[in-house]
Write a protein that binds this ligand. Structure first.
Ligand code: CTP
Length: 308
């Protein structure tokens, strides 16, 4: 299927061009927005809403169709009444990935100055404010974070740590892809119960059952073969719906920077790189190359160096 942005992704761009001379290409931004809208509408797909389900409904996991979960009373009570992005538009949005390339970037102020800031997987901000900022309007949380960072919430201190982190979000959006793979709901139910018990103000959202397929469909049609888009790419794809200008930070899936210095996988922990073999679920280098092309055409701005 030919579409307006196909040509764009067909071009190969070598090397990384930095921010110098970068200019937004508003025409291209609007072509991409229209193309993506043929696959998904972030206003609708960003979250299921209360009227979609009843407590007790049995749902199949999106990427694991043989497994099901039941919509609990707790989950149902935390589903938004309407889309958290209903009628929203923003002049500039930041999508902040979690690469160690952010360390010593000094990008915190610039990130916080955008009209809407999206962050991934509940990454810590305390202690990193100069480089990553503090503002969060929309924060994602894969259920796997509950196991990896909060020890499955088995102990009280782990629960307290999570509650403390969620309090920092105030009444911004917490986006939980709960319905993707089996076992997701187990952790999410525990988190949801904590949110209710501690009367946390955070606004929960749970992506639609079709979101990931729709995002994959858009990129596939543009010959970008990504089986499992990363959270970062999902966020960029959704942001095209409501942001006039999109600025990406913390996207650098490589162990060395452009000068050959080591770069941590995450800016906040010692997790190792996993995405160079085909064993991992993602194709981050391919995604990065695609974002780089979009940067060079002015469709988005990808910052991979220090902010001035
Ligand atoms: N990212 C990147 N380079 C890195 C680390 C992360 O470009 N070295 C981007 C990816 O788009 C990723 C996002 O930042 O989705 C958030 O990072 P992380 O929380 O590490 O995501 P993962 O858990 O690795 O992957 P996902 O949530 O996408 O399954």
């Amino acid at each position: 299927m030919a579409n307006g942005s196909e040509k764009l992704f067909g071009n190969v761009l070598n090397g990384l061009d930095l921010g110098v001379g970068w200019k937004i290409n508003a025409t291209l931004v609007s072509i991409i927005r229209k193309d993506i809208l043929r696959y998904l509408d972030a206003e609708r797909d960003v979250s299921v809403i209360k009227s979609n389900f009843k407590p007790g409904d049995t749902i199949r996991y999106v990427l694991d169709r043989r497994r099901t979960f039941s919509v609990s009373q707790t989950l149902h009570s935390l589903l938004p009444e309407v889309s958290p992005l209903k009628n929203k538009t923003f002049k500039t949005c930041a999508v902040v990935g979690n690469s160690g390339i952010l360390l010593k970037s000094g990008c915190g102020k610039e990130i916080d100055n955008h009209s809407f800031v999206i962050r991934c997987n509940l990454a810590p901000l305390e202690g990193f404010a100069d480089d990553v900022g503090l503002r969060s309007d929309f924060t994602t949380m894969n259920p796997s974070v509950i196991q990896r960072v909060y020890g499955g919430l088995r102990e009280e201190t782990q629960q307290e740590n999570l509650i403390q982190r969620l309090r920092q979000l105030n009444d911004s959006v917490l986006w939980i892809p709960a319905f993707m793979v089996k076992g997701g709901m187990k952790h999410v139910d525990t988190v949801n119960e904590l949110i209710l018990k501690h009367k946390l103000k955070v606004r929960t959202a749970y992506p639609s059952l079709r979101l990931i397929h729709a995002v994959r469909g858009f990129w596939l049609t543009n010959k970008i073969n990504i089986k499992r888009p990363t959270t970062g790419l999902l966020m960029y794809t959704m942001a095209t719906r409501f942001c006039d200008e999109i600025y990406l930070y913390g996207f650098w899936p490589f162990p060395k920077d452009a000068s050959g210095n080591p770069v941590q996988y995450h800016y906040f922990d010692g997790l190792k790189y996993r995405y160079f073999s085909n064993a991992g679920p993602h194709r981050m280098p391919l995604e990065f190359q695609t974002l780089q092309r979009l940067h060079s055409k002015g469709a988005l701005k990808l910052t991979t160096s220090k902010c001035t």
